[in-house]
Design a binder for this molecule. Structure first.
Ligand SMILES: Cc1cc2nc3c(=O)[nH]c(=O)nc-3n(C[C@H](O)[C@H](O)[C@H](O)COP(=O)(O)O)c2cc1C
Length: 245
């Protein structure tokens, strides 16, 4: 067995943490590992805000829908897509820069996510646990204000990081053949394969909750698509100077 793949396949989100601090040197090492992720044109279009101020942690936890681990974890990081630093550097180098392109929004969001996932894997390799926190986009304008984010920088998600105080099961994923297509997109077996996956997830939820959660993958997706999810995002991103062109 390849220990790296084994580690990656043992990922599960951790939402309960021990009262134990991650040493500063280790935290910095995790971020350095994050920086080694591939990055579009070497642009490194991200910034991380390490939220240390306890009042700000509390406010962000509430804005994210009352997620206690944001406060309880050893550390909380906000991964931001950042097109400010790079466009300004190009400008200083003499470029007549174009800002606000939708492609730049994609580039910066992808860059931030790739670096975050490197941080996540590095953290797990050190016995730490983590939970991504997309909940910060419930009110991204207030989060941006708390973190004093300038224009052309937006908070993509947070990450609670610390020593796990729970040991949840690894959550099943879709069958490989559902997501890995040969040569072209063939969705003809999706319905059948998803029915099978719904059975797997139904059992997973029953086992995890002692029979209390009667759900499956398809049912869990319903709120995602029956409500307008975070309808403020377009205007928020546009105001920050993202995706206007
Ligand atoms: C970008 C992103 C945002 C997420 N936001 C939250 C969140 O706000 N709260 C939470 O409890 N989990 C959050 N998660 C965790 C997912 O719910 C979790 O990864 C998914 O259910 C799969 O479970 P696993 O990570 O245990 O395998 C987020 C995950 C990602 C990738």
């Amino acid at each position: 067995m390849n220990p790296t793949i084994e580690l990656i396949k043992s990922h599960r989100s951790i939402r309960k943490f021990k009262d134990q601090k991650i040493p500063r040197e280790l935290l910095e090492e995790l971020v350095r590992a994050g920086q080694c992720a591939a990055t579009s044109n070497h642009v490194q279009a991200y910034s991380i805000i390490h939220v240390v101020n306890p009042e700000n942690r509390q406010r962000i936890s509430e804005l994210a829908g009352g997620q206690a681990h944001v406060v309880e974890a050893s550390d909380f990081l906000v991964f931001c897509a950042d097109m400010k630093r790079s466009t300004e550097a190009a400008e200083r180098a003499g470029a007549d820069v174009v800002r606000g392109m939708t492609e730049q929004l994609v580039v910066a969001s992808v860059d931030a996510a790739l670096m975050a996932q490197n941080v996540a894997v590095a953290a797990e390799s050190e016995g730490l646990g983590l939970c991504y926190v997309g909940g910060i986009r419930n009110d991204p304008a207030q989060v941006a204000e708390i973190l004093k984010l300038p224009e052309h920088v937006y908070p993509v998600f947070g990450m609670s990081l610390g020593y796990p105080d729970q040991n949840p099961e690894v959550k099943p994923r879709l069958p490989l053949e559902t997501i890995l297509k040969e040569d072209y997109y063939d969705g003809s077996k999706d319905e059948e394969q998803i029915a099978g996956f719904d059975d797997t997830m139904h059992q997973y939820y029953l086992d995890r909750t002692g029979g209390n959660k009667d759900s499956n993958w398809s049912k869990e997706l319903k709120p995602l698509f029956t409500t307008k999810l975070r309808p403020h995002m377009k205007e928020f991103l546009n105001k920050r100077g993202f995706g206007v062109k």
